[in-house]
Design a protein around this ligand. Sequence first.
Ligand SMILES: NC(=O)c1ccc[n+]([C@@H]2O[C@H](COP(=O)([O-])OP(=O)(O)OC[C@H]3O[C@@H](n4cnc5c(N)ncnc54)[C@H](OP(=O)(O)O)[C@@H]3O)[C@@H](O)[C@H]2O)c1
Length: 252
Amino acid sequence: MPGTTRSDYTRLNLPRARDDRPCVLVNMVTSLDGKAVIEGTERGLGSAADARLMQELRSNVDMVLNGAGTLRASGSSSRVDDADLLALRAERGTPGSPLAAVLSGSGDLPLERPFFTSAAFDAVVYLTERTPQKRVEAIAATGRRVVMLEAGDEVRSMLRHMRRELAVGVLLVEGGPRLNGELFELGAVDELFLTLSPLVVGGHHLPTAVEGARAPALDTVTRLEPLSAVPNPETGELYLRYRVSGRGALMR
Ligand SMILES: NC(=O)c1ccc[n+]([C@@H]2O[C@H](COP(=O)([O-])OP(=O)(O)OC[C@H]3O[C@@H](n4cnc5c(N)ncnc54)[C@H](OP(=O)(O)O)[C@@H]3O)[C@@H](O)[C@H]2O)c1
């Protein structure tokens, strides 16, 4: 594993996008006992240094996606604030903040949140055939672009739309756990960026970074190889970067 002395996610060498989906990065922070939520949100799990790394990650991508659960719990944004990171994006030919996106079936979304009101980034709302028409209309009235997905194959068709209709080359998924679970189940994740926070949270039933309806089985696990592991002595955090290498093959 290559050793680095400082974490720097501004210049990532990433896998290429495919024809039917972007290169997909998942970024999460958890406690040492694997919990991704405390008191209802992720707030308090990551430090300011971790938030800075999230901004650095955003500097590489065309779009930032959240599940609707995360938008409801903590808000969603693709905003890049830092002048140096914005300059880097401009240099790469992708000026401004990346596009933001959210996926929802219910359409039960907080329309007063910056995801819908901010002029700092543009956003796309992916809804499905089961979204009530009244909610579709209310969401469209915010001015954000609405894309309707076929029920049953939502995640795959959303990724295809991102790639083919919006020319998204790199997608950053910032949670939450249920959306992450669907992406891993589909084999649609290329890299996982995981910040381990020096905390033990404890408790029952708190979500981990990847949740799902499917009962896990040995032949469906995802295997990843480490690309970097960088401790931050000031915050006690450990910044991990992994690349997906296959499915089903367990280490013995
Ligand atoms: N630790 C971290 O780094 C981190 C990061 C992000 C979030 N979080 C935390 O995670 C929690 C939220 O996570 P979550 O797992 O409950 O929610 P989530 O994954 O953010 O969103 C789940 C929701 O996404 C929509 N969705 C997912 N798959 C869909 C599909 N195939 N078709 C249509 N809609 C689909 C559904 O929205 P509808 O219900 O609207 O249909 C579903 O309820 C929050 O507490 C948040 O603070 C932690």
